[in-house]
Design a protein around this ligand. Structure first.
Ligand SMILES: Nc1ncnc2c1ncn2[C@@H]1O[C@H](COP(=O)(O)OP(=O)(O)OP(=O)(O)O)[C@@H](O)[C@H]1O
Ligand SMILES: [Mg+2]
Length: 364
């Protein structure tokens, strides 16, 4: 998988359309926004020995082991891109986001955000980025939500005029007025997430890092968050890196996806090329006017262009499986004439979910 991991990383630079270059407080959008250069993070963790004497030994001479959370990851994200960052539990996504945001120092390698190093220019980078961790709020638990916004606005030096603009725009887009006076601890998960996302944008950052912002949300709340993020990216050109386990988020929002597993970047490229690279079989579903008897699953048609996957004589339907890289849908349809007169046809392509599963399970 090592070779393919490299081969699958396109490290593209996406040109940003003029529509992203909005005037006003979101202006000045051009060039690479986020750079990760051979980024690695190794956590040193204590090895716990079982039992009483194990605990005593630990006090005297603690044994440690290294956990390689992020392993030599490089990528470049241009201003205005909306990039999905996916991978299984423990793959290294949150660790990467924390390094990009300057919360964690890399063990080796470098990060740049808008040309600045989070380690060396922490405050300047903080002005450029917004961060949301879906698992944990950054707001003040016991204060009314609006108080958290006011504190953050003061911390970031947002002028009263800009703060009013923020409240006018975001209250409407994220329905904040439902809960502005409610203490954060009493917010529902969906409300809390909207509050956190709004708070991350109070100082109009150019770059937004989102670590599972849709976790635990119902379908309506997810749709609202997705709409909002899409608008921020499209209308204001905010660069977004989105970590999620919900591949629908990626399909609906991202043009580019990065896949990480065991700390290593397995894929970096467009959604279509991810799906194409897997070469998973497509399925053509046929309804026939009449069917020749003696068909069998596994039977090849068109000199091996496609294979019968299943047959249903009662509805006169047949599913054919074929490799997109070897045959076109038109060729398969011609081969299908061997079965009888085709009345209806539909095509089912392999989706993101199957592709990602394939990518992760065929590693090694
Ligand atoms: N503070 C820490 N100390 C030690 N090990 C850690 C620490 N944080 C994370 N790890 C380990 O680093 C690896 C990557 O963790 P990380 O949280 O980055 O994964 P993730 O991709 O965000 O996973 P998830 O999808 O579950 O959120 C895991 O093996 C995890 O156990
Ligand atoms: Mg995580």
């Amino acid at each position: 998988m090592e070779d393919r991991g490299v081969a699958l990383c396109e490290h593209r630079h996406v040109a940003i359309g003029a529509e992203k270059q909005e005037a006003g407080e979101w202006s000045g959008l051009s060039g690479a926004s986020v750079l990760a250069d051979e980024l690695s993070k190794v956590y040193r963790v204590a090895v716990r020995k079982p039992g009483f004497w194990g605990s005593v030994r630990q006090l005297v001479a603690s044994e440690t082991r290294d956990v390689i959370a992020v392993d030599d990851v490089s990528f470049s994200i241009d201003q205005g891109e909306f990039v999905g960052y996916i991978g299984p539990n423990g793959a290294g996504k949150s660790t990467t986001v924390k390094m990009l945001a300057g919360i964690l120092h890399p063990t080796s390698g470098h990060v740049q955000v808008k040309g600045l190093s989070p380690a060396r220019a922490r405050q300047e980078v903080a002005q450029q980025i917004g961060v949301v961790f879906g698992q944990r709020t950054q707001l003040w638990w016991d204060l009314p939500t609006v108080d958290s916004f006011e504190i953050l606005a003061a911390m970031y030096g947002v002028s009263p005029g800009d703060y009013k603009k923020f409240m006018d725009e975001f209250t409407d887009l994220l329905s904040l007025d439902e809960f502005l006076d409610t203490p954060v601890r009493r917010l529902s998960l969906g409300q809390r997430m909207r509050a956190d996302i709004a708070a991350a944008l109070i100082h109009r950052p150019r770059v937004l890092f989102l670590d599972e912002p849709t976790i635990g949300l119902d379908v309506v709340a997810k749709a609202q968050v997705r709409d909002f993020l899409s608008r921020m990216n499209r209308d204001h050109g905010v660069t977004i890196l989105l970590t999620t386990h919900d591949l629908r988020d990626i399909e609906e929002l991202c043009h580019r996806v990065m896949v990480i597993n065991h700390g290593r970047l397995m894929f970096d490229g467009g959604l279509e090329s991810l799906i194409a690279s897997a070469g998973l079989p497509a399925t053509m579903r046929l309804r026939l006017s009449s069917m020749i008897p003696e068909l069998a699953a596994g039977q090849a048609l068109g000199h091996g262009l496609c294979t019968i996957m299943s047959i249903d004589y009662s509805s006169r339907s047949v599913d054919l499986s074929f490799d997109r890289r070897k045959a076109s849908a038109a060729q398969v349809l011609i081969a299908a004439q061997e079965l009888g007169e085709v009345r209806d046809v539909s095509l089912v392509e392999a989706g993101m979910e199957e592709t990602v599963k394939w990518l992760l399970t065929s590693e090694g």
